[in-house]
Design a binder for this molecule. Structure first.
Ligand code: SF4
Ligand code: F3S
Length: 107
């Protein structure tokens, strides 16, 4: 099993999640983070840390977010690991909860 970063992280990218992960499985892109499913040990620590409530267990993915499981796996192979919190984008709050952010994902 793994945890998955879903759509609401896009353009919010608070990075609170990376501070608590004991196995450094977060990878970072320009405006989104993903979890490497091969590294995640299902400790559950990151899920409550995300201010945008973007992290879910793969078994509890909200309707319409199922494809983020494969997207996390794919992008984790391409993006570098992030282990330290970084400042969120200045407009992160404005993007929190906005629908259809997948088209804004930068790779
Ligand atoms: Fe890391 Fe635990 Fe979150 Fe998996 S569930 S990404 S191991 S903090
Ligand atoms: Fe994204 Fe939430 Fe982490 S917005 S960077 S999953 S704290």
């Amino acid at each position: 099993m793994t945890f998955v970063v879903t759509e609401n992280c896009i353009k919010c990218k608070y990075t609170d999640c990376v501070e608590v992960c004991p196995v450094d499985c977060f990878h970072v892109g320009p405006n989104f983070l993903v979890i490497d499913p091969d590294e995640c040990i299902d400790c559950t620590l990151c899920e409550p840390e995300c201010p945008a409530e973007a992290i879910f267990s793969e078994e509890e993915l909200p309707a319409g977010q199922e494809h983020f499981k494969q997207l996390n796996a794919d992008l984790a192979k391409q993006w570098p690991v992030i282990t330290e919190r970084a400042p969120a984008p200045a407009d992160a709050k404005e993007w929190d909860g906005k629908p259809d952010k997948l088209k804004l994902l930068e790779r």
